[in-house]
Design a protein. Structure first.
Length: 157
């Protein structure tokens, strides 16, 4: 199994272009468990008649789960232009321990999504670096295990 996979969706008629890179790494304190790092770049567009960007992102994350059955998901969205839209909530699926790395080009939209639609504290979910987000994934998964909860598996996705 490769450690890195690349995919692209390009829809020129609506100015949507999304690239995806999937990486797998071990959780720092639980090396028997993987974290799927899904890096998306480009522009995601949300309109009433169009949601293929979100479908593409969801499908790529599903493929990553099928390939590695990870314990956690880290979304690196630093190079993704996302302004608003509740369809992003399907990408930050709350059944899966998910942390996000964001930059200024998407931070405001994600911050609003977490606060208004997901009712979560953005400072617990959105980070500035992959290292910070990976450590948060690790910590959340350890708490998840202490609580006696069952890991989400690819079939659940």
């Amino acid at each position: 199994m490769p450690d890195e996979l690349h995919f692209s969706l390009i829809k020129e008629n609506i100015q949507e272009s999304i690239q995806c890179r999937l990486l797998f790494c071990k959780l720092p304190s639980l090396p028997s468990e993987n974290c799927l790092i899904a890096t998306f770049s480009g522009t995601v567009v949300e309109t009433d008649s169009h949601d293929s960007g979100y479908k593409f992102m969801h499908a790529m994350i599903g493929d990553g789960f099928a390939a590695s059955n990870p314990a956690t998901l880290l979304l690196d969205l630093r190079d993704l232009k996302y302004v608003s839209g509740n369809q992003m909530s399907s990408i930050v699926d709350q059944r899966i321990i998910t942390k996000v790395v964001a930059s200024q080009i998407c931070f405001e939209g994600l911050n609003n999504l977490y606060r208004s639609a997901l009712f979560l504290n953005p400072s617990d979910e959105i980070f500035e670096s992959v290292e910070e987000a990976l450590n948060a994934c690790d910590s959340a998964y350890r708490q998840f295990l202490r609580d006696g909860r069952k890991k989400t598996i690819a079939a659940d996705f």
